[in-house]
Design a protein around this ligand. Structure first.
Ligand code: NDP
Length: 333
């Protein structure tokens, strides 16, 4: 079994010293366990937070231990009554080529309903994050303007499309011209702004939102969010989902203070994690699946190949080298 473990807690952007490849023997199965062969591994921005030894909503990764995260595997050997050889399962077994799982640690998925990779993206964690953050906190109404940052990513691309389904006018913010065309031409966003080429982002967002911003779904924080918050309408809602622009900073991110804006605009800003909604995941993935079937939702995946490329794929998230959900294919089915 090959594993990628956390070698050293990074300061700033992780690099080759952060990770180490390690070989480990596979132990005998006990009753109720299965041996998995990893097929796909998810790389996600939140993993950067777990590399730090800091208090959070989720435990830090341990040094010399495998990097945990969402993965999809195939059962190759089973001592479980509920799982058979050939079954496809999802779990949190992370960056390793094999894993001995207790049957309760994994969930079987049905490959005949949707491509298995969708369970790590649109029908899984990132799709659910978009669904609950937008609908439960953002609460977009017909005709309102919804702005989403990180718009061409896994979460953002779903946020914008759900907002369209709800009848909102949707403006995305992303970091390349290809992504701007993708949002407008493929996903049906009404407008999209390239934050990397904008000379006055606040003004460009204002122009893209002539009626102001009613909902801002924030995936990135930093200066992009400062520029959007300057365009808020009265009673705006701001679901704070992520702050990827700050994850590799070595000092506190300082920017305009938001209190007076929130007061003047009677706006609501609320952070959340998708885990808050775990008792409603079933509802969320059913609805997302239904929209997919009805062709109301589209999804994009960026799939890298090869176990050894997982660390670089992870770093690609911070360089913007992905459109939609970024995954690594480790083995053929
Ligand atoms: P994405 O697929 O959106 O990938 C990350 C994207 O972030 C990149 O493609 C890049 O796009 C953009 N980005 C990178 N650096 C910067 C920067 N400095 N400023 C602005 N944009 C940047 O990832 P996810 O969809 O998985 O996650 C999106 C956000 O949602 C993250 O902040 C993540 O932590 C958060 N999240 C929160 C969850 C929760 O429960 N609260 C659950 C899941 C995700 P570009 O080319 O446009 O720069």
């Amino acid at each position: 079994n090959r594993q990628i473990v956390l070698e050293k807690r990074p300061k700033g952007m992780p690099d080759e010293e952060t990770f180490r490849f390690k070989e480990q023997d596979i132990r005998e199965l006990k009753e109720g366990e299965v041996l998995l062969r990893t097929l796909y591994v998810s790389v996600d921005p939140y993993m950067r937070g777990r590399m730090q030894d800091a208090e959070s909503y989720i435990e830090p990764f341990q040094l010399d231990k495998v990097i945990e995260g969402g993965s999809i595997g195939e059962v190759v050997e089973s001592k479980s009554e509920n799982l058979q050889q050939g079954d496809i399962v999802i779990g949190m077994f992370g960056w390793q080529t094999s894993y001995v799982a207790k049957e309760k640690e994994v969930r079987k998925i049905d490959p005949s309903l949707a491509p298995i990779t969708t369970h790590l993206g649109i029908l899984g964690m990132t799709g659910l994050t978009a669904y609950f953050g937008l609908l439960d906190i953002g609460k977009p109404k017909e005709g309102e303007t919804v702005v989403v940052s990180g718009a061409a990513g896994a979460v953002g691309s779903v946020v914008g499309q759900i907002a369209k389904i709800k009848g909102a006018r949707v403006v995305g913010i992303a970091g390349s011209e290809d992504k701007i065309s993708f949002l407008k031409d493929e996903l049906g966003f009404d407008e999209a702004v390239n934050y990397k080429t904008a000379t006055n982002l606040k003004k460009e967002i204002g122009q893209a939102c002539p009626n102001g911003v009613d909902v801002y779904f924030d995936n990135v924080g930093g200066e992009v969010s400062d520029a959007v918050l300057a365009n808020l309408n009265r009673f705006a809602r701001v679901p704070v989902c992520g702050a990827i622009s700050a994850y590799n900073l070595e000092s506190v991110d300082v920017g305009p203070r938001v209190q007076t804006t929130l007061i003047k605009k009677s706006a609501l800003m609320q952070g959340f994690t998708v885990g808050n909604y775990s008792d409603r995941f079933q509802e969320g993935s059913m609805q997302l699946g239904k929209w997919l079937q009805e062709d109301k939702l589209k999804y994009q995946e960026t799939i890298r190949e090869g176990f050894e490329n997982i660390p670089n794929a992870f770093l690609d998230l911070f360089k913007g080298n992905n459109t939609g959900k970024l995954l690594v294919k480790v083995a053929d089915r």
